[in-house]
Design a protein around this ligand. Structure first.
Ligand SMILES: [Zn+2]
Length: 215
């Protein structure tokens, strides 16, 4: 069975997802946003308690709140970090991003991905296949992760319930974001469950009908 556990971390109330196949216990962690020791132990206890094998750390984009916990998890589980190369410049500016938002980081190294997530790239979680959909606009390297077997898409900060991501940060482009959300996410089956980078889940159908930013 596919299981997705949601954690809400850091001052930005960012959604961190642990996606696992309960049969093989293979897992990926999407957007690890832990900053405090308490947040780190919450996710580590969950992974240990469920005896999960973390195979990859996947970043929907490299804004601070989505990748600040990536290095620690990558080291702990010896799992590679995957993200779009188009966001590499954001990964090396983690300290600058933190300063901009007035956040103190106990660990201040750059986040670097060793796997480049390009459009159509496949990530296996046990027997479940997730396909990368590139959705630049919120950041240059924004991606979504779509599992057609289970009708689920993790959208990062491209699409939220009744909203879309901000586009005023470096590399953001509002026209590009709206076009990508319309053409690449809202064209998925209407009953697809949307798990966004912040806030509650929704469905493609609900956003097609009610999201004022993409109508
Ligand atoms: Zn973001």
């Amino acid at each position: 069975m596919l299981n997705i556990k949601t954690f809400v971390f850091n001052p930005f109330q960012e959604n961190t997802y642990v996606v696992c196949d309960t049969d093989s216990r293979d897992a990926i962690v999407v957007d690890p946003g832990m900053i405090t020791p308490r947040e780190c132990s919450q996710i580590e206890d969950y992974i240990a308690g469920n005896r999960l094998n973390v195979k990859m750390i996947v970043l929907t984009h490299m804004h601070l709140d989505h990748c600040v916990g990536a290095n620690a998890l990558s080291r702990l589980y010896d799992a590679p970090i995957a993200a779009s190369a188009a966001d590499a410049i954001l990964g090396v500016s983690i300290v600058g991003q933190a300063t901009r938002f007035g956040i103190y980081l106990p660990e201040s190294e750059a986040v670097r991905a060793s796997i480049d997530l390009t459009d159509g790239y496949k990530i296996m979680v046990g027997e479940y296949e997730f396909t990368v959909i590139t959705v630049p606009g919120h950041s240059p390297g924004g991606i979504a992760l779509y599992c057609s077997q289970e009708n689920i898409v993790l959208t990062g900060d491209s699409l939220f319930r009744s909203s879309i991501g901000r586009t005023d940060l470096p590399g953001g482009n509002s026209r590009q974001l709206v076009e990508n959300v319309r053409n690449k996410l809202l064209t998925l089956p209407a009953d697809t469950l949307v798990l966004p980078g912040h806030g509650p889940s929704t469905t493609v159908g609900e956003e097609c009908a009610t999201n004022p930013f993409v109508m």
